[in-house]
Design a protein around this ligand. Structure first.
Ligand code: AHR
Length: 499
């Protein structure tokens, strides 16, 4: 196979918003308790935060983290998770059939974000609660002082406002599994009124309305249209959620997750712009892909809830393999290539529950296979995304008769001069010679070149073998007569950084 790419820094999609390298921390399974927070763990600091998980979070390059859910948020009382820990109520968490001790809440999460050097993204409960409680919560978090809720925060030891900018108006309100789910009409109205009250409370907020829970929801598209028809003026983003699956163990079809995600982004953009057209508005609603990942192995039965209302049980402890890492890499490329509309994205989640980091309670933490493409994209995905010309073969799989064999994204960082090529070879059995012609960039040299490949698609990383699937130096890449030339193994993810 041969693929050819032509890129010129004068032709760009948009500058990449670094918030596309977000993740998600929900009160779910061992994501919080035993994940980011485990007092008594050998690496725990004085707050009970696991330092090993903090280090891996920094290495992953996460820029923003969504909290506290997820399905959890639709039954959550934010007041339960603030103030003296010994006074916090223990509650049933209906979303995950667990017991919630509330020993970790808003202020602990903010402290953790500051330590991890990343931005918080908060969701408000529009399931069991409504606009008034969302406004009060925002006042607690962001108002300087002199009012009941802001002074409550100060009395809890947080004199300075948290200054949380990014807020999700509920979670997956279209899903029958959601606590107090809503019709699009009901939700659109509540989202609009909540957004109004939040904006009147605090300047500079960025607000995201809930889109569909996935592309195949029966109400998909009509949901986005109706919701935005109600709250177009009040919100900045519409959310997208998508989890990829390989139940049929068909790698070619599985890899069309890339095309599926592209279709989702294209369609939601079109719907948002249709509402703009209807209103004769020049405003453009942006996309927040605030939950995405591979999730299907731990999707059924006892993995979703366990009997007896356990506290922080093992739930959704998906073990990722090499083929999952390829899908994650392809999705990251797709997200970057849509930099003009996708302004934030959260890999769901961060640790233990469907996550790139796994821990053992009381034991070590390690990187799952999907950690690697994410960390590389977050490290080198900076600057302007180039509108590259790509000439490649295609294949047919699933719903896609003509899926490109090469999936690539090229970014130019004007600040450092780095030009980075991310490339996924989706051929199941053929090597690909990749030529990248960089126009208008002068003579360049190859700084870094990495490949992620494994002969066994089902290979995993484990506590015993934490580096079974890990990037290696690229064996066949370099410049030839000004052209970046590399040979990509079949089913491989590759990164080239040029200077
Ligand atoms: O991320 C796990 C769950 O998936 C979230 O709680 C929910 O929003 C989605 O259905």
């Amino acid at each position: 196979l041969k693929s050819r790419v032509i890129a010129d820094p004068d032709f760009t999609v948009a500058s990449l918003d670094r918030r596309v390298f977000g993740t998600f921390v929900e009160h779910l399974g061992r994501c919080v308790y035993g994940g980011i927070y485990e007092p008594g763990h050998p690496t725990a600091d004085e707050n009970g935060f696991r330092r090993d998980v903090l280090d891996l979070t920094r290495e992953l390059g996460v820029t923003i983290v969504r909290y506290p859910g997820g399905n959890f948020v639709s039954g959550y009382n934010w007041e339960d998770g603030v103030g003296p820990k010994e006074e916090r109520p223990v509650r049933l968490d209906l979303a995950w059939g667990s017991t919630e001790t509330n020993q970790f809440g808003t202020n602990e999460f903010i402290d953790w974000c500051r330590l991890a050097e990343l931005e918080p993204m908060f969701a408000v409960n529009l399931g069991t609660r409504g606009p008034a409680e969302a406004q009060q919560f925002l006042e607690y978090c962001n108002h300087p002082g002199g009012t009941h809720y802001s002074d409550l925060r100060r009395s809890h030891g947080y004199e300075a406002p948290h200054d949380i900018k990014f807020w999700c108006l509920g979670n997956e309100m279209d899903g029958p599994w959601q606590t107090c789910s809503k019709t699009a009409q009901e939700y659109g109205r509540v989202a609009a009124e909540t957004a109004k009250m939040m904006r009147w409370t605090c300047d500079g907020l960025e607000l995201a309305a809930c889109g569909s829970s996935h592309l195949d929801m029966p109400t998909y598209a009509a949901w986005e249209y109706t919701v935005l028809d109600h709250c177009f003026e009040q919100v900045d983003y519409i959310s997208l959620h998508q989890y990829f699956r390989n139940d049929d163990d068909d790698i070619a079809r599985y890899l069309t997750a890339v095309d599926h995600l592209q279709a989702f982004i294209t369609e939601v953009t079109a719907i948002a712009d249709a509402i703009a057209a209807k209103r004769r508005s020049s405003k453009r609603i942006m996309l927040s892909l605030d939950e995405w990942n591979v999730w299907y192995k731990s999707h059924h039965g006892e993995h979703l809830r366990k009997p007896g209302w356990p506290q922080a049980p093992d739930l959704l402890d998906e073990i990722y393999n090499f083929e999952d890492a390829l899908v994650i890499g392809g999705a990251l490329i797709t997200i970057m290539n849509n930099a003009d509309r996708v302004k934030s994205a959260c890999l769901a989640q961060l640790v233990n529950a469907i996550a790139p980091i796994l821990t053992e309670t009381g034991g070590p933490a390690w990187r799952q296979t999907i950690f690697h493409p994410f960390a590389q994209a977050a490290r080198w995905g900076r600057g302007e995304v180039l509108r590259a010309k790509v000439v490649t073969d295609s294949f047919s799989a699933g719903k896609y008769p003509s899926a490109p064999m090469l999936v690539t994204s090229i970014l130019h960082d004007p600040d450092t001069g780095a030009l980075t090529v991310f490339a996924l070879n989706r051929s199941l059995d053929e090597e690909m010679t990749l030529d990248v012609e960089l126009r208008g960039m002068g003579a360049r040299m190859l700084g870094e070149a990495h490949e992620l490949h494994h002969e066994d698609l089902k290979a995993i990383n484990s506590k015993e073998e934490p580096d079974e699937v890990a990037p290696a130096a690229h064996p066949r890449a370099g410049f030839e007569e000004g052209v970046l030339r590399a040979v990509l193994k079949p089913l491989s993810w590759n990164v080239f950084v040029t200077w």
